[in-house]
Design a protein around this ligand. Sequence first.
Ligand code: FES
Length: 73
Amino acid sequence: MSTSETDPPTGEVVVTAYPDGPLLVRGPATILDQDGRPVPRSRATVALCRCGGTAIAPWCDATHKVNGFRTDA
Ligand code: FES
C-alpha cells in the first residue's frame, strides 16, 4: 500500500466531502449496509455516493458528473 500526504495516520479515519461529488473515506472505517452488515472493501480509500445516482451503492460510480448533482444548491 502506498502512502502520501493525504493518507491519515495509521488507524485514523478521515472523511472528506468533495464539492459536487462523493464522500472520500480514508482509513480503516467499516462501512455497514442498511441491515448492519459490513460491506466488503478492497481499497484503503473509498468513495461513498451522496448524489443517489450510483448503480453500485454505496460506492460512487461517477454518475454525479452527469446527473447534475450540486453540493452548493
Ligand atoms: S456521488 Fe458519485 S455517483 Fe453519486
